[in-house]
Ligand binder design. Structure first.
Ligand code: SF4
Length: 379
């Protein structure tokens, strides 16, 4: 048994219908396909035993898509398949992403009983007009019902997702969404706020070509970003990553693992794995996966030491606490400055980065242009 944590990700690619901004690997399907997919996932878990045998699982994440779109009983079956084969750490975080309007009380009770201990609810806005613009399947009232039911069945760790810069959104309506969430009876322990990204091939991409005035400018979006931090701070949430805010002790452990380069195994279509310093992916073709769930893997890309050092920097710099100098030295046997002197000095000079006794971190200004700063750490 090695103490190195191992994380598990399961991709559930089904949604009731596609949202107008979404380019995730997701789509609608009938109940029969979902049951076949669940069976294929169970098979993949069983057949990849050698990868997790002897390891302790620190977190499990059902992502999507909409995992709560699966028929009743599927999540329980998947968790039984996992717990029957893998050794979970006693405090294993088990998160399930869900959308309002897809999980009735019976399903929520099933998740709780099966061991899910964290819910991540996709709300995006409390304004029904904005929800309609986004192509969401639910209203704010439906979210409130789902949220209250989740609390009722005993979930004590809930994340709510919001989107800023929705077309037609004003600063006032965005801040109203944020405030409403923080003022729920027993507010969520965690809030994620993502700026809208206009992805090619989505209906929003066309809308942006046709009516660019509907969209917020970069400056307006940055303003909302700064307001988000200020407002959530007053309600006791700390920003611990570019888009993530949590009450003390409630940072998402699974995602912290990604940013700290913990090893993870991904199951299901399109799922990525980082294992023994190699990255590999499952095919994103559903029929191929249903046919042979372990025969659809890409050739593993072995990460060179340079790749690993670059990843350490640009994943770690997403975290507000930054990257640890001593941890880098422990892993790579050299210092961050030895490898990245130019990028570090330039970023500090330009006030994009700060240095403390044991870390380097992005400043607020650096976070505004994080992609630009991080590109300096590609070797
Ligand atoms: S619910 Fe999420 S994954 Fe599904 S279509 Fe909407 S944004 Fe995409």
């Amino acid at each position: 048994m090695t103490n190195k944590p191992l994380e598990i990700y399961l991709h559930i690619p089904f949604c009731v219908r596609k949202c107008a901004y979404c380019d995730f690997l997701s789509g609608s399907a009938n109940g029969e396909t979902m049951l076949r997919y669940t069976a294929a996932l169970c098979q993949e878990i069983q057949l990849r035993k050698s990868e997790y045998q002897g390891r302790r699982i620190s977190s499990i994440f059902f992502g999507g898509g909409t995992p709560s779109a699966l028929p009743l009983g599927c999540i329980e079956l998947l968790l039984k398949t996992i717990t029957g084969r893998m050794e979970l750490s006693p405090d294993c975080e088990i998160t399930l992403e869900m959308n309002p309007g897809t999980a009735v009380k019976e399903k929520l009770a099933e998740y709780k009983k099966a061991g899910v201990n964290r819910l991540s609810i996709g709300l995006q806005s409390t304004n029904d007009e904005e929800l309609c613009t986004l192509g969401r399947i639910h209203t704010y009232r439906q979210f409130q019902d789902t949220y209250e039911t989740a609390r009722e069945v005993g979930f004590a760790n809930i994340n709510v997702d919001l989107i800023s810069a929705v077309p037609g959104q004003t600063k006032a309506s965005f801040l109203d969404s944020l405030r409403k969430i923080t003022q729920l009876t027993k507010p969520p322990e965690h809030i994620s706020v993502y700026s809208l990204i206009i992805e090619e091939g989505t209906p929003f991409y066309q809308l942006y070509q046709d009516k660019p005035a509907l969209f917020l400018s970069e400056e307006e979006d940055r303003d909302l970003y700064h307001e988000t931090k200020a407002l959530l701070n007053t309600f006791g949430y700390d920003r611990y990553e570019i888009s993530n805010y949590a009450k003390p002790g409630f940072a998402c452990r699974h995602n912290m693992g990604y940013w700290n380069r913990a090893e993870y195994l991904g199951f299901g279509i399109g799922a990525a794995s980082l294992y023994k310093e190699s990255r590999f992916f499952n095919s994103d073709i559903l029929e191929d996966y249903l046919e042979n769930p372990v025969g659809v893997r890409s050739t593993p890309e072995v990460l060179s030491k340079k790749d690993q050092m670059s990843e350490f920097m640009f994943l770690g710099l997403r975290l507000c606490k930054g990257v640890s100098k001593s941890e880098f030295q422990r892993i790579f046997g050299t210092t961050i400055r030895n490898v990245f002197e130019e990028a570090i000095s330039k970023s500090i000079r330009e006030k994009l980065m700060l240095e403390t006794r044991d870390s380097f971190m992005l400043t607020d200004y650096g976070l505004d242009v994080s992609n630009y700063v991080m590109s300096r750490f590609l070797l």
